[in-house]
Design a protein around this ligand. Sequence first.
Ligand code: GRG
Length: 296
Amino acid sequence: MNFSQQLQDYQKAVESALDEYLSVRDFPQREGLDAMRYSLLGGGKRVRAVLVLAFAGAFGVDARQAMPFAAALEMVHAYSLIHDDLPCMDDDDFRRGKPSCHRQFSEATAVLAGDGLLTHAFLTLLREGIAVGVPAEKVVAAGTLLAQRAGLDGMLGGQIIDLSIEGKTVERSLHQEMCELKTGALIRAACVIGSVLGNASKEQMNIVDKYAQKIGLSFQIIDDILDCVGQQELLGKPIGSDAAQHKTTYVTLYGLEQAKELSRQLTAQALDCLDQLSLADDFLYDLTRMLLERRF
Ligand code: GRG
């Protein structure tokens, strides 16, 4: 199967699993459920979920067993986007080509929808993970990793640094730490959880973690570049929002060309990590190159 077919198959499978895991049957409270489903379903590249599935597959575990974990990653990601868009954070009106959650519903509902998705991520991982036969110790290891990387030592910690440096001149090193946490931590969780579910050795997991740190940082650099030179119709949100909010980004710190060069270097280092894993097929190589070349 070629790369784009395999990617589409993964994305379709993720979409239908998310629909199933957040079904109407589970939630009688209609407004909250509608807001959660609005933000979770029918949008997004599903990069984090695909990374879970691809690394699990690379280490011998099929998509059926890895799906609850892939879905949990997307739920945590969707929660972070809802909260990030709120007026008290970035105050963004559009996300994934449609009004952001608080614009479509209300601010209070959006806060609760984010909370709901964060909670539902862990319910999904625990309940569905056990239901598909993943050994309990692997479920616990994956859940612990996700909680660590989403929390104070990860994405949330990055967001806190982000808020603390608003309007200030930032050192490159602190800015990098913020990006590694805010954006990189969930990507790192996705890759490592995939290999934890599979039968990766400790040494292989360390290589996967190194790979993930490279692509996680590169992912943020590309995001910054696209906010400057991307296309609104592809991105699904207005470009130039970082500049409008006077945000420090890789483009403001390094300039456009050097930012592009940095993301190329990180991608090359990530590909070197893959070389050390002796993978059976090219999917992760193609995915890594696609992330560098992405236009949305
Ligand atoms: C808990 C109050 C509270 C807030 C949490 C942690 C947080 C808010 C926000 C940080 C998450 C964030 C917006 C990081 C930026 C990462 C980024 C590049 C997001 C876009 O990811 P894509 O391109 O989006 O994968 P799609 O739409 O494809 O899923």
